[in-house]
Design a protein around this ligand. Structure first.
Ligand code: FES
Length: 155
């Protein structure tokens, strides 16, 4: 709650053009946009929550549910795409049974697609916390997820 107030304190009340930067800041801090955050933003910017949700859902980078214990970021940049990221993303989708931006029912996993992470020569690239997995192939995904489940169980 305090963190959201702090973030809002950096913006001018009622300034609708601040909406997207505010949403980005809050998501960076909290990991997702909670209902409470949307309500507070609405009060601060004097906008309806319906309008805020409408605008926020237009951008696929915003999340409305908490991330899983293990959150994967999969590069969806052009070079990784050329190197086969689409098949990797499909393998993750199949393995976890969720779409980008969703969290598994057990709360262990979530994933998102990101723009270039700066490791194009090493692509397809997956980032998990401080670790980067390079040259990932679809057939690597079951073993990677199995290893990450151990990590999720420890959290
Ligand atoms: S396009 Fe994936 S790291 Fe650059």
């Amino acid at each position: 709650m305090k963190k959201i107030e702090d973030i809002l304190g950096h913006y001018r009340a009622g300034s609708h053009e601040s909406l997207i930067p505010i949403l980005q800041d809050i998501q960076a801090e909290e990991g997702y946009l909670s209902e409470n955050a949307i309500v507070q933003i609405g009060r601060f910017l004097e906008m309806s929550t319906t309008k805020i949700y409408g605008l926020a859902t237009f951008y696929d980078r915003f999340r409305f549910i908490p991330c899983g214990k293990v959150h994967l970021r999969i590069c969806d940049g052009t070079t990784c795409f050329i190197n086969g990221s689409e098949a990797v993303i499909n393998a993750i989708r199949e393995n976890l049974g969720i779409e980008p931006g969703q969290t598994t029912r057990d709360g262990k996993f979530s994933y998102e697609l990101t723009s270039c992470m700066g490791g194009c020569n090493e692509g397809p690239v997956i980032n998990v916390g401080d670790n980067y997995h390079n040259h990932v192939k679809p057939e690597d995904i079951p073993e990677l997820i199995t290893k990450l489940k151990v990590l999720a169980d420890l959290k």
